[in-house]
Design a protein around this ligand. Structure first.
Ligand code: ADP
Ligand code: MG
Length: 320
């Protein structure tokens, strides 16, 4: 049984223009101790997915279909009380901007204390707080600092430390390094990976930067327009991106060690989810599209070890 099992999760935002399906039947599994990377351009539904998994959606967003099972328990429709019992202690979330997630008017230490108290931590809270800050490489003197007194990188580390207070089984991270410069990004990634090896938690890591997760994630989910475009072991997706969108995303970021090449990127813009294209959502931007792409919605085809939503990879029909 996977630690996290998401099946056909569908999430809609109610808007003046009607319902926007921001997440369309997304299924994924995360094993204990695994690192799953979720990549895709801004607006493709990454945060919606993460908030849906954590059951942190608020109106106008709502889950309209599917299930989220954590350690065998259904979270969709679970009571606030049951969800609160899991938060921090078994599942924690690190948001995109620590500036928004940490309270500006409280010291780091008092925010840790609030979390520990709310979950009836029975140990010595100051020493646990010092311990987690040390784990992420921040001097524990900063327990008495306010968030604005820390650098961007230190704030993100302080957020990650807060997520570690109870050593959860699963940490959901929404672009936790996107506010940092490239050097700070790399060092934070290395640190997250080391902590994961040491403490054994699973990570779901959301980013728009495919090269950032390439060295760190076991498996990848490439999202486009609220759907999974391609998923599989990171190496398999990287070595042979089968979906034209995955290939485009890979070309859009410089490789850290590779030779200098011209970055091509992907022309055009992601679909308007209020009125997505009728067939394949990527077809209007796809260099390989043909007439059939506009016809039906392609399913996820299984081509071991990956799955890809593109008719180029439909199994060939065997003629009699
Ligand atoms: P990402 O995190 O990949 O940038 P989001 O999950 O934030 O994407 O958003 C996915 C899509 O959901 C957006 O493209 C938009 O269509 C829709 N969406 C997000 N937030 C709202 C909202 N508050 N109201 C209406 N639609 C929204
Ligand atoms: Mg987002």
């Amino acid at each position: 049984m996977p630690l996290l099992d998401v099946q056909d999760l569908t999430i809609e935002y109610g808007t003046a223009r009607g319902a926007v399906t921001a997440l369309d039947e997304v299924s994924l599994q995360v094993e204990a101790g695994e690192f799953l990377g979720i990549v895709g351009e801004s607006g493709c539904g990454k945060s919606t997915l993460l908030f849906g998994v954590a059951q942190l959606l608020s109106p106008p967003a709502a889950v309209t279909g599917g299930s989220v099972r954590f350690d065998g328990r259904e979270l969709v429709g679970a009571s606030v009380r049951d969800l609160n019992a899991l938060r921090w202690s078994r599942i924690s979330v690190v948001m995109q901007s620590a500036m928004n997630a940490l309270s500006p008017v409280k010291t780091v230490g008092s925010q840790y204390r609030d979390v520990l108290r709310a979950h009836r931590y029975d140990g010595d809270w100051p020493s646990r707080s010092r311990e987690v800050l040390e784990l992420v490489g921040v001097d524990p003197v900063h327990l008495s600092s306010y968030p604005h007194q820390l650098s961007g990188g230190m704030r993100q580390r302080a957020m990650i430390a807060m997520a570690l207070l109870f050593t959860p089984d699963l940490i959901l991270m929404d672009e936790p390094t996107s506010a940092l410069d490239v050097v700070a990004q790399r060092s934070l990634m290395v640190q997250i990976k080391e902590l994961q090896r040491e403490l054994g938690f699973a990570v779901v890591f959301v980013t728009h930067d495919m090269s950032l997760v390439s060295h760190f994630s076991d498996r990848l989910v490439v999202m486009y327009g609220g759907q999974i475009a391609e998923t599989g072991p990171t190496r398999a997706v990287f070595d042979t991106p089968r979906h034209p969108y995955s290939a485009g995303l890979l070309d859009a970021f410089p490789s850290i060690r590779g030779s200098r090449v011209r970055l091509t990127g992907i022309p055009g813009a992601p679909p308007d989810l209020a009125s997505p294209p009728p067939g394949c959502r990527f077809a209007p931007r796809c260099p390989s599209s043909s007439d059939i792409c506009a016809e039906g919605r392609p399913p996820l085809y299984r081509i071991d070890p990956v799955q890809v939503r593109c008719v180029l990879h439909a199994p060939k029909e065997v003629s009699a």
